[in-house]
Design a protein around this ligand. Structure first.
Ligand code: VGL
Ligand code: ZN
Length: 223
């Protein structure tokens, strides 16, 4: 049988995609990480220049058919809060049974205003949301696994159900939750792209440069 080379009905017309990052492949999903009030300006753990991601992220959201959101979602007195460790201050470090922990100001306490999405973030109705960091005694930066790197948090199951093989990531903070979500996604075999203009980092103890280096070694694409 001869291949019909004249049938162009399935071809994508040139110039259809006006934005660089728009990807309408059915097996690609956009994952927006922790664009929450506490990480934005005026929040308890405000990431420098975080609000600048809002227009970028909103444009990305408008361009994707499949969009997943994550939220940092801690109980009161969470182990990552400096306030739980007498004599310790935010951005200091403490040694825990599960490893070294950077301490943070109290942030993203479940069901408080600080844990809500930024008010200008365009979250489609019924968008799937993955919440993480709910274990009072362990911190978890990844939307795939808990600190033990085994217990699922939920994103993998949702992506699999949707047939997703490739994810595009943006959000806060580059060097913590975006980083760890990207690394776990690579471990699970996803193709991963991080949109730098849609991310901002905390950059404590040199964490931002280290994060990009780690992501690069893991085969994460940076655009
Ligand atoms: C995050 C620090 C503490 C993040 C969460 O979303 O990147 N960073 N908790
Ligand atoms: Zn947190």
């Amino acid at each position: 049988m001869t291949k019909d080379t004249t049938d162009t009905t399935k071809a994508t017309p040139a110039g259809t995609h006006s934005q660089a990052f728009v990807e309408l492949e059915p097996n690609t999903a956009l994952v927006i990480v922790d664009v929450q009030a506490d990480f934005c300006s005026g929040g308890a753990l405000a990431v420098p220049d975080a609000d600048a991601v809002i227009p970028v992220v909103n444009e990305l959201i408008a361009g994707y058919g499949l969009v997943f959101f994550t939220q940092d979602w801690h109980p009161q007195g969470h182990v990552s809060f400096a306030s739980r460790h007498p004599g310790k201050v935010p951005f200091g470090r403490v040694s825990l049974p599960c490893g070294e922990q950077i301490l943070w100001p109290d942030h993203c306490v479940a069901a408080t205003p600080g844990a809500e999405f930024h008010s200008q973030l365009r979250v489609p109705p019924d968008a799937p949301i993955v919440r993480k960091g709910s274990n009072p005694d362990q911190d978890s930066y990844s939307a795939f696994f808990e600190h033990d790197r085994k217990t699922p948090v939920g994103l993998d199951a949702l992506l699999r159900e949707a047939g997703v093989r490739e994810i595009v990531l943006a959000g806060l903070a580059t060097d913590f939750c975006v980083l760890n979500t990207a690394l776990d996604a690579r471990r699970l075999g996803y193709d991963v792209t991080v949109v730098e203009a849609g991310c901002r980092g905390i950059d404590t103890h040199g964490s931002l440069a280290a994060a990009w280096a780690q992501m690069s070694r893991a085969g994460v694409r940076r655009v």
